[in-house]
Write a protein that binds this ligand. Sequence first.
Ligand code: PGA
Length: 256
Amino acid sequence: MASTPPARRLVAGNWKMNLDLDAGLALARDCVRELPNPGYPVVLCTPAIHFAVVREALSEQGGVYLGAQDVSRHESGAHTGELSAAQLRSAGCDYVVVGHSERRADHHEAGAMLREKVDRALAAGLKPIYCFGETLEQREADQVEQVVAEQLAEGLSHLEGEGFAEVVLAYEPVWAIGTGRTASPGQAQDVHAYIRGWVAERFGASRAELATVLYGGSVKPANAGELFGREDIDGGLIGGASLRAADFAAIARAYA
Ligand code: PGA
């Protein structure tokens, strides 16, 4: 049965580039109805076109938060198409995804850019949901821990403990994202235990004990309970299944 301490629990939906304005509003309303007072943070990371209407829908009850899927590395100014951390905050976002594998792949996000995004988010009062994970080739070459350590370090090791305390970690093996192929609970737990060890080494044992470490990659109602029941898996970052309120709610309730 579930052993995740309630203080570490969090479930986030990543809508990616899906849903028009009306469909996004309808989904947010359904999520709120399906998840009355979830008891731990539930986050909807929506496209920016939805912020205003979703914020309104979420204001009717507590516990469900708005998140963005990316943030600019720049503070403000002549950066066409970008959204700053302060803009996201002013639109009602509390969380922001940083370093998703789709952005690492499509937009070559890495290294200094990720550090700057994390810093901008923290400075504006946003909690970064920092994503990392290996490809199938890297797993097959036995490089999982090395890749995870490198990706954690590139975005986070410059932080002080206080900044780090605001960060949510999301381990998302690239081969499991959108493929229907989920890491087994044992495979995920092994990596999550390694991640918590990495945090303990950089930021101390008590930060590691409190860190929220999500799993992402084809989480569904049918596998969420078993994943979230593992000692170091605190919740999930949910893509496809977050587009159906009933499935997303079933996943968000899977701790019990
Ligand atoms: P998925 O996506 O649940 O559709 O695999 C997860 C993610 O990319 O965050």
